[in-house]
Design a protein around this ligand. Structure first.
Ligand SMILES: [Zn+2]
Length: 257
């Protein structure tokens, strides 16, 4: 919490005649938290269904490790749980189910063992609508054909990508796109500024900017949820609980990398 000097604020309140009491000001939090989408909530955050469209085309160990990192981080730190982890059925197509398509085509391996990858993509929150150009998937995850070449735990780009995209599923937005970001994450100052999203009723800044967030492009190798991510997820779950299932605000579907 901000250590508020209420005497000074009282003078300010009086001078500006804002009608905002110091009691309200004192509730402003300086604890790093998150950037969240307020709406398109899941009906039950303890049972968000996940299925795969093409897991049979990839190694079992890859699918196992992708699931394991999600369980390790989300289950130990948040109240969110994901269910199923099986093959998608035709019945899943029009429902709010996380439909994952694994894709190796977006990974380039160069001579000498260097490689490049563009990153995953996902809908934010409970959205049945598929991603554009991704068949019926609501999430694309890059997945190396030979997982053993990339599966080293810790500072792992692919495991980061999995945790990051599941953050979008829960309702987290890109932390580095906050207008109060203190970092430069995309390498181009103009692009950086153009990508910023102001706080609004739908795109809500919860707490102060979190430089350690899994949702920031500044941390592409982070394999752990930050304390800010955890607080942001708790806020989403709390906000969602104020609505009956299916009655939450429905802002236009958001898709993000
Ligand atoms: Zn993202």
């Amino acid at each position: 919490m901000i250590n508020v000097d209420c005497k000074k604020l009282l003078v300010l309140c009086f001078t500006l005649l804002t009608g905002v009491g110091c009691g309200n000001v004192a509730t402003v939090s300086s604890t790093p938290s998150s950037f969240i989408l307020a709406g398109n909530y899941w009906p039950d955050y303890t049972a968000i269904p996940v299925c795969f469209l093409n897991r049979q085309d990839f190694e079992e160990t890859l699918v196992k490790d992708y699931k394991a990192i999600v369980e390790q981080e989300y289950y130990s730190k948040t109240s969110v749980r994901f269910t199923r982890w099986d093959d998608c059925t035709p019945d899943d197509q029009n429902k709010a189910v996380v439909r994952i398509r694994l894709d190796s085509s977006t990974i380039t391996v160069y001579e000498g063992g260097y490689w490049g990858a563009v990153g995953g993509k996902s809908r934010v929150g409970a959205i049945p609508l598929p991603l554009e150009g991704e068949e019926s998937a609501t999430m694309r995850l890059e997945a190396p054909e030979i997982w053993a070449n990339f599966s080293k735990p810790g500072n792992n780009f692919f495991l980061h990508e999995v945790l990051h995209e599941f953050g979008h599923v829960v309702g987290l937005m890109h932390e580095h796109q906050r207008t109060d970001s203190t970092q430069s994450c995309v390498g181009d100052a103009a692009a950086e500024l153009a990508s910023r999203v102001p706080s609004s009723e739908v795109f809500v800044y919860s707490g102060a900017y979190d430089s350690k967030s899994i949702m920031s492009y500044c941390n592409p190798l982070t394999n752990t949820l930050s304390s800010g991510d955890v607080l942001g997820i708790a806020e989403i779950v709390t906000r969602a609980a104020a609505f009956s299932p299916g009655q939450s605000p429905t802002p236009p579907p958001v898709a993000v990398d």
